[in-house]
Design a protein. Sequence first.
Length: 186
Amino acid sequence: MTDDPLEARAIALLQAGDTSASDYLVSKHLRRVIGIAWGIVRNAHDAEDLAQEAFVKAYENIRRFREGEPFGPWIHRIVTNLALDVMKHRGKFHHEELMDTRPAARRDSTELRAETGQIAQRIDAAIESLPEMQRIVARLHLVEQFDHAEIAAMTSISEGTVRSHLSLARKKLREQLSDLYGDGDE
């Protein structure tokens, strides 16, 4: 059940044919929709195109939308499916190699920000190196912070499979980033 009366009103207006109501839904959900798409396709231009395509598809099918349900999970599922379709048609993944850097003995805030950025790049590269479904599930859960049920609905796989992909992804990430965890032991 949606907690947002403005969202419910916008959906009702769209279902009645008033396309001006779409502005509210776009302003509320666009950032997250682009983030989901980017997390899967890893290209800003493609992510924006997929977000636009997801909203168009949602509006074309708005009459199928169940009254009283929140719009977010529905649009998230649409963009996830569109992004997964793009990935099915893509070739090999391109990975960037990152240089290993050693922290300075004494760091000022600029050095600390640079090191934090490098760590973020290493984490991103580690996630990117995972097999496709592990990578997608890891990004949706660890980065976008969707729960298992939401990811299952968005990707059309079972919650158990989501948990399995996430468990395998976490294990591989711990191995790849063991120096960030200390000695790598659990």
